[in-house]
Design a binder for this molecule. Structure first.
Ligand code: ZN
Length: 457
């Protein structure tokens, strides 16, 4: 049994139901669970026998953030010239041929890179949407990376089954047969999915998008997921082109299409939803359907501004996602919270400077993400919750002059990296450095693979 005492935090933001913020805060962790939260002076007597004491003077301590949408392999194809200035469908057509050359080793290395970047930005739980499986790639390749680095992981078995010759967007050579997709998804759930509390690994089912799989696969994926009690994820209503495709092909707007194929409910979360209608928002709120808001990606591809304020007011579960690094091109989750705040303020003209507050943005990044992914034991710092938390050092130039409200400073000021990160009670970042992975060699290999993909080797 291991006991860790985190003490002297300048401010400890619990993100509990009351939104308590504790000055000179402390946390006692026993193994992988939070035992106590409170002022340092109050908790110190109970922590005399701690195995490790971490002094967080001049740090903000908060729950680890939850990334609800990503394509980690895309870290290998950042800033590709042909995709720098393209909208979604053209961007995809530019990148598919490059992604067709991915290998299992590239998946593992890019996942390690993407997870390292996320963790250093304050993320402790992440999903990933891997939907392209050429050259013997399996989801196992990135699960291996998660186990190595120590992130709480909720990967999804993505898929594409409708190539160009069947009216889909991807080239035929990167799509799979639907029976193979379902069989492989079932194997992954049976091999890896751990539904127990404090689980470090859960699997979800995730056909890529309505324009790359059939309605049959959407329906069969839903019934497979529900037979195992796992969650469902896909892209929805990302752009106006996306909506037009849905209306033309299915005679339904995206939210109605999702409902038609069984893709609404407490066990479903959709990425983007930039073009979700008022009816769609109400449907999602009524059914407990979650949304992964990805502001950088939506701006990068000129997709638009998701109606996040309306979603939250209606009661939709909204989390944050960095989205893949080919459309961001950064995997910094705290930066995403900042952009979520800024973007909501200019959604309508005239704008609204109170459309989203700093604390709301951080709440979306923590509890919002936990709710969208269906976790009840992460997203806040209270006794009994998983010991997932991050600390930012306030002694840096970006925070100078903002210490009267350091929690809001995390969002308003330049996006910092964590100085400490604990995931499931394990110190994964100590004094700014990953403890589990030597990042230098990983990045060298990652850049080698990226060069290979770009040059077509
Ligand atoms: Zn995406």
């Amino acid at each position: 049994m291991t006991k860790i005492f985190l003490k002297n935090a300048y401010v400890l933001a619990t993100f509990d139901d009351e939104g308590r913020e504790i000055s000179d805060g402390a946390v006692i962790i026993r193994d992988n669970v939070i035992e106590a939260v409170g002022p340092t002076a109050q908790l110190a007597p109970a922590a005399l026998d701690a195995d490790e004491v971490i002094d967080l003077s001049d740090h903000v301590l908060m729950p680890g953030m939850v990334n609800t949408h990503h394509h980690m392999y895309q870290s290998l194809t950042r800033v590709i010239p042909g995709g720098q200035n393209a909208e979604l469908f053209d961007w995809l057509r530019t990148l598919y041929p490059m992604w067709a050359r991915l290998t299992p080793e590239m998946i593992t290395t890019s996942a390690l890179t993407a997870m390292a970047e996320l963790i250093l930005s304050g993320c402790t739980t992440a999903t990933d949407h891997l939907y392209i499986y050429p050259n013997g790639i399996r989801l196992d390749d990135e699960i291996q990376a998660a186990q190595e680095i120590g992130i709480r992981f909720h990967p999804t078995r993505g898929s594409m089954s409708m190539g160009e010759s069947s009216g889909g967007l991807p080239p035929d050579r990167v799509v799979e047969r639907e029976p193979d997709i379902l069989k492989e998804t079932q194997r992954l759930i049976e091999t890896y999915h751990d539904p127990s509390p404090y689980s470090m690994l859960k699997i979800a089912v995730a056909p890529c998008s309505p324009f790359s799989v059939t309605q049959d696969l959407m329906r069969e994926s839903a019934s497979l997921a529900r037979s195992y009690g796992v969650r469902l994820h896909t892209h929805l209503a990302e752009t106006v082109g996306d909506v037009a495709y849905s209306k033309e092909k299915f005679g339904l707007e995206p939210a109605a299409y999702a409902e038609d194929v069984g893709w609404v409910g407490h066990d479903v979360w959709h990425a983007h939803c930039v073009c979700l209608s008022k009816g769609g928002i109400d449907l999602f709120a009524r059914t407990g359907t979650g949304v992964a808001h990805c502001p950088s990606s939506n701006m990068r591809l000129a997709s638009g501004i998701a109606p996040v304020r309306q979603m939250i007011d209606a009661g939709v579960k909204v989390g944050l996602g960095v989205d893949g690094s080919a459309s961001n091109d950064s995997g910094h989750l705290l930066a995403e919270a900042r952009l979520a705040l800024l973007l909501q303020r200019v959604k309508d003209m005239p704008g609204n400077p109170a459309a989203l507050t700093a604390r709301e943005a951080l709440r979306i990044a923590t509890r919002g993400g936990a709710a969208a992914l269906g976790y009840t034991e992460i997203g806040q710092l209270t006794p009994g919750m998983a010991a997932d938390m991050v600390a930012f050092d306030l002694n840096q130039v970006g925070f100078a002059g903002a210490l009267h409200d350091p929690l809001a400073a995390l969002v308003f000021c330049a996006s910092a990296q964590v100085n400490y990160s604990l995931i499931n009670g394990r110190v994964i970042v100590r004094e700014g450095h990953l403890t589990t992975v030597d990042l230098g060699p990983v990045l060298r290999l990652h850049n080698h693979y990226a060069r290979q993909l770009f040059r077509g080797e």
